[in-house]
Design a protein around this ligand. Structure first.
Ligand code: C2G
Length: 132
């Protein structure tokens, strides 16, 4: 059994999110996803989410290939989350490249390329333009 862990906000779920979850899952047999809480999202990005942490957790849980979800309350607790979930591999998008190398003592750390041309920020701008 190879256990994968990944983290993210996953607000207004889009194909970039789906692809990273699917590619992460292909690296092992079990995928756990840490969903950034609303408070963490505000502190790390000064952004409010469209969907609440509860809705974001429920949506990601429903994605095929996702086996388990939990709330990520703090970036500083990442090592604890890796241990609690007995993860063999930490997967992150390459926008985080190098940022989590300190966890290489606990598990393998893999940065996967982001999907080009799509982001929640861009989607929200398009929704605003369509709605106005
Ligand atoms: N992602 C992607 N392609 C995109 C957009 C996002 O592959 N076009 C990936 C990101 O690289 C990340 C995951 O999808 O690995 C979730 O992205 P976000 O919701 O933006 O998550 P973020 O706020 O970066 O949270 O502990 C770290 C954080 O919780 C990561």
């Amino acid at each position: 059994m190879k256990r994968i862990i990944t983290f993210g906000t996953f607000d207004v779920l889009h194909v970039g999110h789906i692809r990273i979850l699917q590619r992460a899952r292909l690296l092992g047999n079990h995928l756990t996803v840490g969903i950034s809480t609303d408070a963490l999202n505000w502190s790390k990005k000064q952004k409010k989410t469209v969907y609440s942490q509860f809705d974001r957790l429920e949506i990601v849980k429903a994605v095929a290939g996702v086996d388990e979800v939990f709330f990520e309350h703090s970036l500083e607790e990442k090592g604890e989350y890796i241990k609690q979930h007995a993860a063999d591999v930490l997967v992150m998008g390459d926008d985080w490249a190098g940022k989590f190398d300190e966890f290489k003592s606990l598990c393998e750390v893999v940065y996967l390329p982001r999907t080009e041309g799509i982001s929640t920020t861009q989607l929200l701008a398009e929704i605003r333009a369509i709605a106005s």
